[in-house]
Design a protein around this ligand. Structure first.
Ligand code: NAP
Length: 322
C-alpha cells in the first residue's frame, strides 16, 4: 500500500476546508468523509440545518446542505479523493499512521482529524421527527432562530448552561417570549451570562421554567407545544410554543481517539501548541468542533481546517515530504 501524504477524517467545514488547502498544496488528500458515525452524515452538522445566514459571502444566506455540497465539489476539483465510510480504528503509535474503515484502509504520513461534535438531544421520538423534518425543533438557535416561522412567537429553550443563556438571549431578538426550561432551580451558566439572563427576565423577554423537564413534543408537521414535568411534584402540563431549541451540551466525536490522543475533561481533543492545530501526537492535527467547545461555528471550523492543512503541509515539508 502506498503511503498517503495526508488523510483527513471528517467532512464538515473543517475537514473540507483542510482538503481544499491540502489539495491546492499538491498533497492529494484522502478524506474519510464518514457515513453515519455519531448520527452524522457526510457534510456534518450543517447537513441538518436549513438557512445558514452567518457564513460570510452569502448575502441572502445559503442552505446548509448546499454549502457543504459546494465545499465538497471545491475540494474534489483540486484533486481530493473521498471514501464514504466511517473510520473504525486508527493506529498513531508509529509512522506511517494507519487508518481503517470497514472496507478500506490507508497509511498516512500526516492525519487531520475533523470529526466534529454532535449536539446532545433528549432523544424523544417526536423531538427527533420534528428536528429532521424542519418542524421547529433545533439544536442550534444561532443557525435556525432567525427563520420567519419563529418571528413574534413563543419559543422554548432547554438547558441551564452558557449555551442555553446565549441561545435564549439571541432568540429574544425574534421571539415574543423565550421560555427557558431547566431541570434545576439555578443556572449552571457563568456569572456574566447569569446577569444577562436575569436582565432579560426583568424585561419580560425570558421566562424561566425551573425544576422542569420536557417529556414530549407535541405537533404533527410543526411543533405546537412541549409537555413539561415538574421535577418536584411530578405534575405534567403543556406549554404552547412554535419553536424548541435544545442547549443541553455537545459531545465531541472522539471515541476513536480515546487513549490515543490527549483530550480535555469534556473529551475534546487537546491542542498541544496554543494557536496551532497540533495534537499530542506529532503529525496528527485537529480542526473544527472536535477540538473547540467554545466557538463551534461553521466559519471557525473552516478557519481551523485551513490552519490544520497549513500545519500539516509545513510539518511534512520539514520531513522532505512534498
Ligand atoms: P453545559 O455547560 O454542559 O450545560 C448543559 C446544560 O444542559 C446544563 O444546565 C445541564 O443541566 C443541562 N442538561 C444536560 N443534559 C440534560 C438533559 N438530558 N435534560 C435536561 N437538561 C440537561 O453545556 P453548554 O452550555 O453547551 O456549555 C459548554 C461549554 O461551552 C461551557 O464550558 C460553556 O462555558 C462554554 N460556552 C461558553 C459560551 C460563552 O461564554 N459565550 C457560550 C456557550 C458555551 P445541569 O445544570 O443540571 O447539569
Amino acid at each position: 500500500m502506498s503511503v498517503e501524504k495526508v488523510v483527513i477524517i471528517g467532512s464538515g467545514p473543517a475537514g473540507l476546508t483542510a482538503a481544499i488547502y491540502a489539495a491546492r498544496a499538491n498533497l492529494s488528500p484522502l478524506v474519510f468523509e464518514g457515513y453515519n458515525a455519531g448520527g452524522l452524515v457526510p457534510g456534518g452538522q450543517l447537513m441538518f440545518t436549513t438557512d445558514v445566514e452567518n457564513f460570510p459571502g452569502f448575502e441572502h444566506g445559503i442552505l446548509g446542505p448546499k454549502l457543504m455540497t459546494a465545499m465538497r465539489a471545491q475540494a474534489e476539483r483540486f484533486g481530493t479523493r473521498f471514501i464514504r465510510e466511517d473510520v473504525v480504528s486508527v493506529d498513531f503509535s508509529r509512522s506511517p499512521f494507519k487508518i481503517r474503515s470497514d472496507e478500506a484502509a490507508a497509511d498516512a504520513h500526516a492525519v487531520i482529524i475533523a470529526t466534529g461534535a454532535r449536539a446532545n438531544w433528549l432523544n424523544l421520538p417526536n423531538e427527533q421527527r420534528l428536528a429532521k423534518t424542519g418542524g421547529g425543533v433545533s439544536a442550534c438557535a444561532v443557525c435556525d432562530g432567525a427563520l420567519p416561522a419563529f418571528r413574534n412567537q413563543e419559543l422554548v429553550v432547554i438547558g441551564g448552561g452558557d449555551s442555553a443563556v446565549e441561545e435564549a438571549s439571541y432568540l429574544t431578538k425574534f421571539a415574543s417570549v423565550v421560555h427557558v426550561v431547566h431541570r434545576r432551580d439555578q443556572l449552571r451558566a457563568s456569572k456574566i451570562m447569569q446577569e444577562r439572563f436575569h436582565k432579560l427576565v426583568e424585561h419580560g423577554k425570558i421566562k424561566p421554567v425551573w425544576n422542569s423537564v420536557v417529556t414530549d413534543v407535541i405537533g404533527e408537521s410543526s411543533i405546537e407545544a412541549v409537555e413539561l414535568k415538574d421535577t418536584n411534584s411530578g405534575a405534567i402540563r403543556r406549554l404552547a410554543c412554535k419553536g424548541l431549541f435544545l442547549a443541553i451540551g455537545h459531545t465531541p466525536n472522539t471515541e476513536l481517539f480515546k487513549g490515543v490522543l490527549g483530550t480535555d475533561e469534556r473529551g475534546y481533543l487537546k491542542l498541544s501548541r496554543p494557536g496551532s492545530t497540533y495534537t499530542s501526537v506529532e503529525g496528527v492535527f485537529a480542526a473544527g468542533d472536535v477540538a473547540d467547545h467554545v466557538y463551534r461555528q461553521a466559519v471557525t471550523a473552516a478557519g481551523t481546517g485551513c490552519m490544520a492543512a497549513l500545519d500539516a503541509e509545513r510539518w511534512l515539508a520539514a520531513r522532505g515530504i512534498e
